[in-house]
Design a binder for this molecule. Structure first.
Ligand code: CMP
Length: 154
């Protein structure tokens, strides 16, 4: 099992709806480590870089307007298989389709305003972490409670 880093964005709807603490709590309670965190306003240029694969899609103009409308929080989360684990914690892209118990399933009723972004694979994670953070802004650590979250050989 690999320890992975993944990029999380708490999107403008998450910040405005005061759901930041709720989402961060879920990651912490799962035993994942937050190793970098900042609030920022996404510029149109950063939006185009981050969502490069969606720039040509019909929904992109609305997506850029939404993601640049209000501050977001960028977070690097580290943990065992963190990329897959967090995607599963978020649920399907649309809050209307996401299963109950997932973050989007519990709090979102929208395809666009789906509260949280998470990298969808190792290459995206490396690229997206580097878009928002310099290497010296990442602070890996081993919490003293680690022995109560997993066995030594996991
Ligand atoms: P995210 O996981 O951040 O990746 C791309 C984002 O585009 C997605 O979450 C949604 O916010 C948005 N998105 C994806 N598909 C659609 C769509 N069909 N219509 C509008 N927004 C979309």
């Amino acid at each position: 099992m690999a320890v992975e880093k993944t990029l999380i964005l708490l999107k403008p709807d998450c910040v405005q709806r005061r759901l930041m603490g709720e989402v961060i709590s879920r990651f912490e309670q799962k035993g994942l480590n937050l190793i970098a965190l900042k609030m920022l306003k996404v510029t149109p240029a950063l939006a185009k870089e981050h969502y490069a694969e969606h720039v040509q899609k019909p929904f992109y103009p609305a997506l850029e307007k939404f993601i640049t409308a209000s501050p977001i929080v960028a977070i690097v989360v580290e943990g065992l298989e963190a990329i897959r684990v967090i995607r599963e914690m978020l649920g399907a892209t649309s809050g209307l389709k996401a299963a109950p118990g997932t973050i989007r399933g519990d709090y979102s009723s929208s395809r666009q305003m789906n509260l949280v972004h998470a990298s969808d694979g190792p290459e995206a994670a490396a690229r997206e972490v580097a878009l928002y953070f310099k290497p010296d802004e990442l602070h890996s650590y081993s919490p003293t409670l680690t022995p109560w979250f997993k066995a030594d050989d996991e």
